[in-house]
Design a protein around this ligand. Structure first.
Ligand SMILES: Nc1ncnc2c1ncn2[C@@H]1O[C@H](COP(=O)(O)OP(=O)(O)O)[C@@H](O)[C@H]1O
Ligand SMILES: [Mg+2]
Length: 261
C-alpha cells in the first residue's frame, strides 16, 4: 500500500473560484507558457496540435490537464518537459526560457528540475527497481551515493521490500511507484505525469493517486497530471481543460460539471 503510514489525506476538491492564474504578485511561475503552438504538416495541410496555449502555474500547484483523447495533452506535457519544441511561442521553467535551449543544457535543466512519469511506466526491463531508480543519478553524474538515494526514494513510495525485483516481477501499481521514485530521485520541483493511472485498475489507481497527494504535500511539488480519470481531476487544485489544441477552462463549465470536465 502506498499509504501504509495512514497519514494520507485528500486535497480539497477542485476550487471553482480560483482565478485562471494562481500566481501571486512578485511570484515567479514554476511553468509559464505564452502563445505556444505546435504545427505539423499533414499532406498539403497543417495541423495545429497546440494552438496559442498560454498559462502560468504557481509553485506548489497541482494541475489536472484534462480533455478528450487527441486534444493535445501529451504534446503539451512534452513541451513543458522540454521533450518537444514548440513551433512558436515560449515556455519557461522557474523563469528560465527553455524554448530555444540547446539539447545538453535542456537535458541538464530537465534532470535537475523536472520529473516525468508515463502511462506505460517505461522502466528498463533488464534492471531491478533499485537500478531503474539509480539511472537518472548516473545520467546527472557525480553521484557516488546513488544506491542510497535510490533506496531512500523507494522507501518513500513504499517499495523497500521490492528493491531487487525486475519490472516483470512487479505489479502494475508497483511499477508505477518505481517510475515515480525514478522521477523524484533527482529531487525535481516539478513532476509531470501523462495519464499515470491509465493502465491501472481502479483500486491500484487510487493508491497511486494517494501517493501523488502525499508527495505533493510533503515535497511541495508542482504537479501537472494529464488525465481522463475524474478521481485525479477531483484531487487537483486547478483544472486546465484542452479542446482541439486550445486551453478552454470556463469557470461556468467547470462549476456545471461539478469540477469534473
Ligand atoms: N508526431 C505526430 N505527428 C502527427 N500527429 C501527431 C503527432 N503527435 C501527436 N499528433 C496528433 O496531435 C493530436 C494531439 O495528440 P496528443 O497530444 O497525443 O493528444 P492527447 O494526449 O490529448 O490524446 C492528435 O490528433 C494526434 O494524432
Ligand atoms: Mg496523451
Amino acid at each position: 500500500m502506498a499509504n501504509n503510514n495512514g497519514t494520507i489525506q485528500a486535497n480539497g476538491p477542485v476550487s471553482l473560484v480560483k482565478p485562471a492564474s494562481a500566481i501571486g504578485a512578485g511570484q515567479q511561475p514554476a511553468v509559464e507558457a505564452e502563445k505556444l503552438t505546435r504545427v505539423l504538416p499533414l499532406g498539403e495541410q497543417q495541423v495545429h496540435i497546440l494552438n496559442s496555449v498560454s498559462f502560468a502555474i504557481a509553485p506548489g500547484e497541482w494541475i489536472a490537464l484534462t480533455g478528450a483523447s487527441g486534444s493535445g495533452k501529451s504534446t503539451l506535457l512534452g513541451v513543458i518537459a522540454g521533450l518537444d519544441t514548440p513551433s512558436s511561442g515560449s515556455i519557461s521553467i522557474d523563469g528560465v526560457d527553455i524554448t530555444h535551449m540547446s539539447g545538453t543544457a535542456l537535458a541538464g535543466l530537465r534532470n535537475r528540475k523536472i520529473g516525468i512519469v508515463f502511462q506505460s511506466f517505461n522502466l528498463i526491463s533488464a534492471l531491478t527497481a533499485q537500478e531503474n531508480v539509480e539511472v537518472p543519478l548516473y545520467v546527472r553524474g557525480g553521484h557516488h551515493n546513488a544506491p542510497d538515494k535510490a533506496r531512500q526514494m523507494l522507501e518513500v513510495v513504499g517499495l523497500r521490500e521490492r528493491r531487487g525485483h525486475r519490472p516483470n516481477q512487479l505489479s502494475g501499481g508497483e511499477q508505477q511507484r518505481t517510475a515515480i521514485a525514478r522521477a523524484l530521485v533527482t529531487q525535481p520541483t516539478i513532476l509531470v505525469a501523462d495519464e499515470p493511472t491509465g493502465n491501472l485498475d481502479s483500486t491500484t489507481g487510487a493508491q497511486v493517486l494517494d501517493l501523488f497527494a502525499r508527495l505533493h504535500r510533503e515535497l511541495n511539488l508542482t504537479l501537472i497530471i494529464a488525465t481522463h480519470d475524474p478521481a485525479v481531476a477531483a484531487r487537483a487544485t486547478r483544472v486546465l481543460h484542452m479542446v482541439d489544441g486550445r486551453l478552454d477552462t470556463p469557470t461556468e463549465a467547470l462549476a456545471a460539471s461539478g469540477g469534473v470536465l
